[in-house]
Structures are given as C-alpha cells and as structure tokens.
Write a protein that binds this ligand. Structure first.
Ligand SMILES: [Zn+2]
Length: 323
C-alpha cells in the first residue's frame, strides 16, 4: 500500500514538474538588491515600537482595522473621539490618546449618556484610549494598542467644561483603602456600582478590569441580586481610580486576536481570594511592563509596519493641544 502511494506521488511529482518546466516563463534577472534600503528597513524593524508609534500624530489612511492582540498590535484607520461631548470629557488631552477603532468611539458615544443616567452624574471622564495608529505606548499601559481599550475614571464629570490645564492635572478619585483589601468608604458610593454594571452590561464589552477590592465589594453588595453581568468584571492590579473597558474584536478585523473568554460565574470565588494574599497585595506591577518597553517593530504583526508607514488620513488635522 505504502509502496503504491510512493509510486503514485513520484508520478504526480514528475507530471507536475514536467508541466511547470514546459510553461516556465523566460527567466528575467532580479534587480540588484539595494543594500541601503534593506539596512534602513532592518534598522526600522529593530527600533522601539513605542517611539515609532508615538511619533505619528495622525491616523493612517485606510479602513479601520484592529490588528493583533490588545498588548501587541496596532490600529489602521483610527478615528478620534471629540474631546468634549454632551456627557463626556476626555482627560490628559495633550497625550493624543483619544483615538480608537470606530467601534470604540461609537461605544463611548452611546455609553456616556447611559452611564450618566445610571449614576446621576453629569457625564463621564475618559482617560486613555489609543494613539492615532495604536501600537505600544511610551508610558502608562501594556495594552491599549489596537484601539479597543479605554480607561474611564470613577470621578464624575463636573457640570462645566474643564480647561486643558485641569484635564492635564486633576487626579482621579481613588476608591480603594490604603491596605488594598477594601474599598475606601469615604470615596466609594452606589453610583460606582451602577457605573461598572452599566459598562459590563453592554454587549460589545468583552471585560471590565477593576481593582480586586472593588470586585470584592461588588460580590458583597450584589450577592442576592442578578449578577449575570459580574463575570465580565475582572480583578486586576491598579485600577483603583478607573475602570478599564475592553471591547470584543470587531467583525471587520480578521487579524484581531480575541482574548480567552471570561470564565463562567460571578468570579466571587477562590480566584478572587487569591488577590488578597499578602505577597500579591505587596506586589506593585506597573501597568507599563518592561516587556512592552522592549517591543520592537518586528515584534508586532507585519501589517503594523504598513500602518506606520502609510500616509495620514487627509481628512484629519493635528490638534494644537497635543504635545
Ligand atoms: Zn487601561
């Protein structure tokens, strides 16, 4: 039997090769390689990706596509969230990180009034989204690279438009006590529950990251209520003064890599108690880890080099408040 297969495949090979030889086009010599060009490209590929992407002040031309994984990717055709809306204001505007996949911008425009209604706040304060072309950030986060992550402050939006100086300097309220084990009763309120819940209930939201002490408080207060939304609320380091909302991969982005699904259940179990072990509480994992700092362009999906080098979308202009 094996012998028969071997003979057949040898025959097929011979026939295929013969056909190819017969139709082979006249050989055209390849142009000499440009040594300068390949050196330049090597240099680019080995450059720190966060510096390269931070230099791009405008989004790339092209359809909106989220490319890669939340902590390792980029964004083609990013769109800008206006820095002031009826129920939202973007903070830290000089960082130029109010860009995202259109799904994220649409989500925020829809979510802001819902959150305002649920909390009784004037609106929400929006922290970092992504850079105009996504990619690793020079400081502040490991993820936020593909235009589907956003930080939303626990602090309610005031009933007036904040100045640029205020947006750059006000600090968000911290809802976690100094020992990291409980929420801070002086700052925590039921509006914060409504805020987190409204975010987790949105169908396009993949997960909502909060400090473990906040998750613990939700487990306590929501114990006897409908908790179907709680599985999306995941404990993570930091996140004491903001929630991190992550959207699912959009349908138009086949190269967007989904995160493993959240486990079923409310998450008020052993996986939560683990966060309160002494050595974990003492561990201060900076959001910005060295693994991201070391990312080179070649470490990102190959399409990200094209995004980086693409012309800017001519319909966009640089804001004067960007530093
Ligand atoms: Zn974040």
């Amino acid at each position: 039997m094996h012998r028969r297969i071997a003979i057949l495949s040898a025959l097929t090979m011979a026939l295929t090769c013969g056909a190819a030889a017969k139709n082979a086009p006249t050989r055209v010599p390849l142009p000499p390689s440009n040594p300068l060009r390949s050196t330049e490209n090597d240099k680019l590929q080995n450059s720190p990706a966060n510096t390269l992407f931070a230099e791009k002040k405008l989004p790339s031309l092209g359809n909106a596509v989220a490319i890669g994984y939340y902590p390792r990717g980029c964004l083609q055709g990013g769109v800008e969230l206006p820095i002031t809306g009826p129920t939202w204001q973007v903070m830290r505007i000089s960082r130029n990180r109010n860009w995202g996949h259109p799904d994220l911008v649409k989500f925020l425009e829809r979510f802001a009034p819902l959150a305002a209604e649920a909390t009784g706040w004037h609106g929400i304060l929006i922290g970092d989204m992504a850079q105009p072309r996504g990619g690793p950030l020079p400081f502040g986060h490991k993820s936020h690279q593909i235009g589907l992550d956003v930080d939303l402050w626990f602090m309610p939006m005031p009933g007036r438009v904040l100045s640029q100086k205020e947006r750059d300097n006000i600090t968000a309220s911290n809802l976690v006590a100094a020992d990291g084990k409980n929420v801070d009763r002086k700052t925590w309120s039921s509006a914060d529950v409504a805020f987190i819940r409204t975010a987790a209930e949105q169908p396009e939201v993949e997960r909502v990251l909060v400090n473990a002490a906040i998750k613990k408080e939700l487990c306590r207060t929501e114990a006897s209520k409908d908790k179907s939304w709680m599985s999306k609320v995941r404990p993570w380091y930091g996140h004491a003064d903001h929630i991190h909302v992550r959207l699912k991969c959009p349908a138009d982005s086949p190269d967007c890599r989904a995160q493993p699904a959240v486990p079923a259940g409310d998450g008020c179990d052993k996986s939560l108690t683990h966060w309160f072990v002494d050595w974990i509480l003492r561990l201060k994992i900076p959001e910005f880890s060295s693994s991201v700092k070391g990312l080179k362009l070649k470490d990102l999906p190959p399409a990200c080099a094209a995004v980086l080098n693409a012309p800017a979308n001519p319909g966009t202009t640089e804001r004067s408040d960007v530093r």
